[in-house]
Write a protein that binds this ligand. Structure first.
Ligand code: ZN
Ligand code: ZN
Length: 296
């Protein structure tokens, strides 16, 4: 082998090995939504996304229907056996419908879910505070014969699933945060919702399910982690909001919180899509079902 040939082979091997060891892409794949332009995917009301960041694979919600979720997951070749963790944003059916399929493929994966009082993801309560006691009653009329267990466990709708219940802001892995807020809005009163915030060198990547507690409150919490939001993805729950409120939210996101980019989906609402497009211009990122977008 001539010297020049040996040098070329050396650099070729170097190039190949550096490509093989390159960090996997940081990106989000929308797996479930009711709009999109990928003919291989089925559109349906609901939300699910795969977030790949820093080598971690996070499934955020599971869509509305297990068959449709399965179809969409297979259409983009996502392997649900290779997940580091799952986040269930809240207890609404259009985010939980695919859980049955997820658990069939990956029954032991760690699933972070909001702790709702006696909620569908299960619950536990201290027997000291769960109910008032009356020691004057005969034992057979008293709960647990008057000697309750310390903790009272409430069953989950998916027995055996590895739920980790969250009731406050939590850093679940280095740079990966769950924001836990409770809605005070009529219709979703007392519903707890988790949003996912990932710290990147250029600000936060924030993923929201429905924003039932209000996107402003979520942004307020996220700002305490990092005031610069690189990108916001997901549902903003403005489907029925009237124009003044639609426009107010667009300007709050653009002018007050100064989000760098926005990739709204799900329950954001058609008029809100329009308003955000106008406010963000080419910093508005299309994210329908099947869209893959890179997080820097
Ligand atoms: Zn929803
Ligand atoms: Zn919802």
């Amino acid at each position: 082998m001539s010297y020049r040939l040996r040098v070329s082979v050396f650099f070729l091997v170097l190039l190949l090995s550096s490509t093989c060891h390159a960090q996997p892409a940081n990106r989000v794949t929308i797996l479930y939504d009711s709009f999109g332009k990928n003919p291989a995917m089925t559109v349906d009301w609901g939300f699910a996304a795969l977030i790949e960041y820093g080598g971690k694979r996070i499934l955020f919600d599971t869509g509305n229907n297990a068959q449709t979720f399965e179809h969409n997951v297979k259409a983009v070749g996502v392997d649900l056996q290779k997940l580091d963790l799952v986040v269930m944003s809240h207890r609404h059916g259009d985010h939980m419908g695919g859980l049955a399929y997820l658990l069939k493929i990956n029954p032991t994966v760690k699933i972070y879910a909001p702790k709702d009082r006696s909620g569908v993801y299960g619950d536990e309560q201290s027997s000291t505070t769960w109910y008032r006691k009356d020691a004057s009653l005969p034992a057979e009329q008293r709960y647990y014969g008057g000697a309750p267990p310390e903790i009272i466990h409430m069953g989950a709708a998916w027995p055996g699933a590895n739920f980790q219940l969250i009731d406050k802001n939590t850093e679940i892995a280095p740079g990966i945060y769950l924001i836990a807020l409770v809605s005070d809005k009529p219709g979703t009163l007392e519903l707890r919702e988790l949003s996912l915030a990932i710290r990147t060198p250029e600000g936060l990547a924030l993923v929201v399910g429905c924003s039932h507690p209000g996107v402003e409150r979520i942004l307020q919490e996220a700002s305490t982690i990092d005031p610069h939001i690189k990108i916001l993805l997901g549902g903003l729950h403005q489907i029925q909001a009237l124009d003044p409120e639609v426009n107010r939210i667009a300007s709050v996101l653009h002018d007050q919180y100064k989000l760098e980019r926005i990739a709204p989906g799900h329950c954001t609402g058609e008029p809100e899509f329009s308003a955000l497009k106008k406010a963000f211009g080419d910093h508005y990122v299309y994210a329908g079902v099947g869209t893959v977008l890179n997080i820097p």
